[in-house]
Design a protein around this ligand. Structure first.
Ligand code: XMP
Length: 502
């Protein structure tokens, strides 16, 4: 299988770039600049962007095997500056900054074949001052900054902007031109191959040890579990921890998995979780407590079966939002299967979906023949309803939210709206409001309904729900859950809000 090697200098877009190449049907491998390997299937090399300047003392250079290689090479942002710096040109330290949408004039060049829009996405301080010998300029920004270079033999390219982000309108065309025309990589990559590759990787990592799987019934943990079961067979032991903060539909998960031939041990740890969460209102503390308690429960279960590894369904958006993707990305919140892990954990992690985006996980699930009704479930966060009960979490409030959520979800499913929405859920607010019921004053809880459209959860826009449906949901909730007196609909996008409230 032909492949493109991406040397990762720490850009927040590296995995997106890898994904773009997979979209074209070509396998891409991401490696650190410390020790990147080339093999007979490598058809081209991309040097990613990165947060540092080439003049920074900790900046990583061009590895010798990459520098000596005669494969087609493309440097993006930092990657281009590094090429210039190492090949005899000159990089100027940040004087002209270009951030965001930038118009670029493109010369006629094989890399830009079919490119029509001048719009690109820039994010740089340093810029190219002088080209290396035997290089030509092929693009320039409106501010006169060099935006694209090529070696005269056509083997080495550099772009100052990011072709992999959607704001660079014809960026995908450029990536295609590089991968398919300049590298001549064959479009032989399929999700089936990825599944086989991952199964082999898991086998190699785990050997004959036992793996304990944290199943939640969500798309990610189910796909990770079925994949790992194919790699290690009976050495995979699945545990479903009920932390008391699950929706009704999650409690049916062990049965659903059994239908897929996967046996699950149910551990009811709800008392322990509610105890730990008593008096805690801070969202980050809640996340940390749940993450840690989860792991402790798993460790205890793992000891019983002598497991060395813990399987988690972590996907790429969990990694990036917890700032684990690179040392310099900013932390938004601690997703419980990444940022909330205690430092002294005794289990080694298996995370086969760590580089995939949500829609790719669903595609992998299809390859593994997991039923669509599981794959099409909306995402549900590890900390569960705890981060949807604003303020202190207790069993009574959890019960109220469970009832509300069941009504909301079932009406969405009945009406067919569920499949048009990326994620929908309800949030119990820590306030009460005055109402009137049967001519009497009422003083009930307020719930917020949230529904968003999104591609992979990194950005989202609120879903334009039909009014009649909202009315039906609202009145059914207040009719059937007497302690709720008011229902509001959240009309916030991400950014500036996040999808979850905490
Ligand atoms: P936010 O709230 O960060 O959510 O916009 C983005 C997506 O991630 C889900 N989410 C989580 N998933 N563990 C998870 O497995 C977590 O701790 C977690 N927090 C948020 C969220 O439901 C949305 O789909």
């Amino acid at each position: 299988m032909d492949e493109i090697l991406i040397v990762d200098y720490g850009s927040q877009y590296t995995r997106l770039l890898a994904r773009r190449i997979r979209e074209i049907g070509v396998y891409s491998r991401v490696e650190s600049p410390k020790n990147p390997t080339l093999n007979e299937n490598t058809k081209g090399i991309i040097l990613s962007g990165g947060p540092l300047s080439v003049y920074s003392p900790s900046a990583l250079g061009l590895p010798k095997n990459i520098k000596d290689s005669s494969l087609p090479m493309l440097g993006i942002c930092y990657g281009m500056q590094l090429l210039v710096h190492e090949l005899g040109g000159e990089v100027r330290k940040g004087e002209t900054f270009e951030y965001g949408l930038t118009r670029v004039n493109f010369s006629s060049d094989p890399l830009f074949s079919g490119v029509k829009s001048p719009n690109t996405w820039m994010s740089h301080g340093d810029s190219v001052e002088k080209l290396p010998p035997n290089f030509v300029k092929i693009a320039e920004s409106e501010m006169g900054v060099i935006a694209g270079i090529r070696s005269k033999d056509g083997k080495i390219y550099g772009l100052q902007f990011h072709p992999e982000v959607s704001q660079t309108v014809d960026g995908m065309k450029m990536i295609e031109n590089f991968v398919l025309n300049l590298c001549e990589a064959k479009q032989t990559w399929k999700m089936e191959d990825y599944a086989l590759l991952k199964i082999e990787e898991i086998k190699e990592k785990v050997g004959n040890s036992k793996v304990i799987a944290a199943v939640s019934g969500g798309v990610d943990s189910t796909v990770a579990t079925v994949l790992t079961a194919k790699a290690v067979g009976k050495n995979l032991k699945c545990v479903f921890v009920n932390h008391g903060l699950l929706r009704k539909e999650d409690e049916e998960v062990p049965n659903i998995l059994l239908q897929l031939g996967i046996e699950v041990k149910v551990v009811d740890a709800s008392k322990r979780f509610f105890e730990e969460l008593k008096g805690v209102t801070d969202p980050e503390k809640k996340r940390k407590i749940i993450g840690e308690t989860f792991i402790r429960v798993f460790e205890e279960e793992a000891k019983k079966i002598d497991a060395d590894f813990l399987l988690q369904g972590t996907i790429y958006s969990d990694v990036i939002e917890s700032a684990a993707a690179s040392d310099t990305s900013s932390k938004i919140k601690s997703h419980h299967n990444v940022g909330g892990l205690p430092k002294d954990m005794n289990l080694k992690l298996v995370e086969p979906l760590r580089e995939l985006f949500k829609d790719e996980v669903r595609e992998l699930g299809k390859v593994l023949q997991i039923p669509e009704r599981i794959l099409n479930r909306h995402p549900f966060p590890g900390p569960g309803l705890a981060i949807r009960i604003i303020g202190e979490v207790d069993p009574e409030r959890a019960e109220i939210l469970k009832k509300v959520d069941e009504i909301y979800t079932s009406i969405l499913k009945e009406s067919g709206e569920y499949d048009k929405i990326w994620q929908a859920f309800s949030v119990l607010l820590p306030i009460r409001s005055v109402g009137v019921k049967g001519d009497q004053r009422a003083y009930g809880y307020v719930v917020a309904l949230r529904a968003v459209d999104s591609f992979e959860g990194m950005t989202a826009s609120w879903h334009e729900m039909p009014n009649a449906l909202l009315r039906k949901i609202s009145s059914t909730i207040t009719d059937k859950v007497p302690s709720v007196g008011r229902v509001v609909y959240d009309v916030s996008d991400k950014p500036p809000a996040t999808i979850e409230w905490e």
